[in-house]
Design a protein around this ligand. Structure first.
Ligand code: ADP
Ligand code: MG
Length: 238
């Protein structure tokens, strides 16, 4: 389970209607990528889905249930930010286990879950280190580990690779795609990088100024971009 449905979801900050009203259907197990230029509302939309911001209007359904008023911890979602969101004074083990500690899980159970996540992410040998003693890619894996331990049905990634160099980005893209498959999760992935969108997505959502310009598979968008904006963004020849 991990379907998400947005019904006329809107968000305004004061006078500024950042998202006028969006309808979107995300199916269980899909890898959905939100693309669009800086400031178009990608992060805001993700934060609305996560419950980190309240909607101004509309409804958010998760697994068919109205989640609009649910707090973030009750939505079954986990958000992965850029790697700098780690706690520098805590070990990798404590960073990954932090959400479980907050949920008052007992220590043996936390250790078991952290070890399991570390194994999936190849971090077993680094659990006692501090984040500063890790490479960029390892730090990003820790951030992902912190999301995995909660066994979410859906991952929300907000430009998770934008701090990494180009070579590492390619590797991490593959790792995130693999993880998505392995955990049979639903993923929403925000990026302003066309290559990431085209290579990772089952479904791409192209956003401009808080509106959806087009939704489709990478191939559909490439072959039949709805307009010049989409064509320009996807890099297709229209
Ligand atoms: P993106 O992630 O696509 O770059 P954002 O969702 O961060 O875009 O921002 C979309 C718009 O909403 C921008 O104009 C931004 O300034 C505005 N915005 C985002 N968060 C807030 C906030 N907390 N208060 C006021 N304006 C905001
Ligand atoms: Mg953003």
């Amino acid at each position: 389970m991990g379907s998400i449905r947005l019904e006329n979801v809107s968000k305004r900050f004061g006078e500024h209607a950042v998202i006028p009203g969006i309808d979107l259907e995300i199916n269980d197990g899909e890898f959905v990528v939100f693309v669009g230029p800086s400031g178009c509302g990608k992060s805001t939309l993700l934060r609305l889905i996560a419950g980190l911001e309240d909607v101004s209007g509309g409804r958010i359904l998760i697994d068919g249930e109205d989640a609009t008023a649910k707090p973030p911890a009750k939505r079954g979602l986990a958000m992965v930010f850029q790697s700098y969101a780690l706690y520098p004074h805590m070990s990798v083990r404590s960073n990954i286990g932090f959400p479980l500690k907050m949920a008052n899980m007992d220590k043996a159970e936390i250790d078991r879950k952290v070890n399991e996540a570390a194994k999936i992410l190849n971090l077993t040998d680094y659990l006692e280190r501090k984040p500063r003693a890790l490479s960029g890619g390892q730090r990003q894996r820790v951030a992902i580990g912190r999301a995995i331990v909660r066994s979410p049905e859906c991952f929300l990634f907000d430009e998770p690779l934008s701090n990494l160099d180009a070579a590492l980005r390619v590797n991490m893209r593959l790792e995130i795609s693999e993880l998505h498959q392995q955990l049979a999760a639903t993923s929403i992935y925000v990026t302003h990088d066309q290559v990431e969108a085209m290579t990772m997505a089952d479904k791409i959502v192209v956003l401009r100024a808080g509106n959806i310009e087009q939704v489709g598979s990478p191939l559909e968008l490439y072959r039949k971009p709805a307009n010049l904006f989409v064509a320009g963004f996807i890099g297709s020849p229209k």
